[in-house]
Each structure stands twice: as C-alpha cells, then as structure tokens.
Write a protein of this length. Structure first.
Length: 287
C-alpha cells in the first residue's frame, strides 16, 4: 500500500490520497502563498510477523539470531543488499570505501516490522574512522526528482538517528555543534553526555527507548540523551539543524511528524561506506 501526500512547505497541513487516486484522508491545507507544493509517497511494505522471533527471559524479542538476516531487508527493497553479511555472530556492513550508498550492492538495512513504543538494546563496533547510524520510526518515502520521477528518498529524512561513529578518527566528530555528531548523539541536534564511547574495534552497548514521544539514548550503560518528540521543543531543534524547513522542507515535514499518523516506523542501520558491526539485537514492546 502506498499513500501520497501533498504539502506546501510553509504549512504543515496536508492533503492525502493513495497512489491510485482514491482519497484515504483529506485535510484542508493552510494557504501557502507563493510556496510551491511538494508531493511524496509513503510506501507501506511491512512484512515481518514478530511472533516468529523468540523472546528471552527479560521479555525482549531477539530479532537477530547471529546466523541469518531473517526479517531484514534493504531500505526501499525486498532483498538484503549484498554488502550486508553475517560475520562471527554479528551483522556486518562491508564498506565500499566510497562514502554513503555509493554502489548498487550497498544501501541501508531495515528490520521489516514497524515499532511504536519500544526499548531496543544491541552492541556495535566501528572500523577505524568508521561512520554509521541507527534509525528509528523510519518511513519508506518516495518523492519526485528533477525529472518528476518518483524516487526513494534517504532514510534519514524521516527518522531520528542514533549516531554510530569512531569519534577519535572520523572528521564528523568535530563538525556540528557541541559534539552533536559524535556517537550516541541525536545526530546534528543533541550531543551525548557523557561521551563514554569505547575506541574503534571495541564493542559499545547501545540502548534506544521510545515511549509516547519520550526518547532516551543509552551508551555503555549510561543514559546520554533524552528528548521529546512532537513538541514545540522538537520543532525548534529541527529548525536549528540541517533539517530545517528552509534548508530541507521535505525532511522537516517528515521529521516534525516522524512516525507518521501512527507514530511508528522501522528500525534501520546505515550504509555510510565504512565497515561496521551490530550484534545481540533485541527489542521489547512497551505498548
């Protein structure tokens, strides 16, 4: 199922219709004066039945068995990109060395089930100078390119990002503001405090909790970020980031209401061109 949304970047009111042209929901859009309207499509391709995955003694679903990529697929795809493999009990992205999603065999990886209120725990490690990220509440979004063709948009324009980075050796650690692009930070918005990352090649523990708009990032057994979605403060943070309504109207629209109408979305792992590993991935539903 697909849902097409038309919005004016100066207004957050939207008119919604399915790709077939049959209206699913319509809201009166606020006058946008001379601001052009932009359309995008949210693709509903949820495939995974969570009950098929085991639960541990703590009530978490173990969504990676250490052997296969069952339940995972590429963002905007039905298959797993070839550069995502399983190595020594961990999901590994085999870096291209060419930056983010530079080759056809790469691309971001998602678990094919949408989550709303949850707590996820996992471990990750990066190669020297490695860069990646963990996304949550992600949507699969298509929007027109310069030729008017509907193409898949990057995952990070709809999903908050838990940064995964070798702080000591990647230049992004020194960009942004006050360390808000270092590991476990809410990328480009809130720095992780304290910054307690372990060096490249060592495993770091990560935790992400989303509950009715409250989000907490944990790193190595300490809570390092807390914020609240769908609030005036959230909108203000977006306006002060690279995803502002002026700099990137579509990203602002999607992130300001991240998770869409149901406030739910996919968990994803980023192809940023570098070797990175994830293991012991488990998730608990908090509904």
């Amino acid at each position: 199922m697909k849902k097409t949304v038309l919005f004016a970047s100066a207004a957050l009111c939207v008119a919604m219709a399915s790709c077939s042209g049959k209206a699913t929901k319509t809201e009166e859009a606020a006058p946008a004066d001379s601001v052009p309207a932009v359309s995008y499509t949210v693709v509903d391709n949820e495939q995974v039945d969570l009950s098929a995955f085991p639960q541990d003694k703590d009530g978490y679903y173990v969504i990676f068995d250490g052997k296969t990529l069952n339940g995972f697929r590429g963002y905007g795809r039905d298959t797993v990109p070839a550069r995502w493999t399983v190595e020594d009990g961990a999901i590994k992205f085999n870096g291209s060395g060419g930056g983010e999603a530079q080759v056809a065999t790469g691309g971001d990886l998602i678990f094919g089930k949408k989550f709303k209120n949850f707590e996820m725990e996992l471990e990750w490690k990066a190669s020297k100078g490695g860069n990646s990220g963990i996304f949550y509440l992600a949507q699969e979004v298509q929007a027109p390119n310069d030729k008017g063709e509907m193409v898949m948009q990057p995952i990070y324009i709809s999903a908050p990002e838990y940064q995964v980075l070798d702080n000591a050796n990647h230049p992004d650690a020194k960009l942004g503001k006050d360390g808000n692009r270092q590991s476990a930070s809410l990328y480009d918005m809130i720095p992780a405090v304290p910054q307690n990352q372990k060096p490249f090649g060592e495993w770091n523990k990560a935790k992400i909790m989303v509950y009715k708009g409250t989000v907490v990032h944990g790193q190595n057994d300490e809570n390092v970020v807390e914020y609240h979605l769908w609030t005036p403060q959230w909108t203000e943070m977006l306006e002060n980031s690279k995803f502002s309504s002026e700099k990137w109207p579509l990203a602002f629209e999607l992130l300001n209401n991240c998770g869409g109408e149901e406030h739910e979305g996919y968990i994803g792992f980023q192809d940023h061109g570098d070797d990175v590993w994830f293991r012991n991935i488990r998730i608990k539903l908090l509904d």
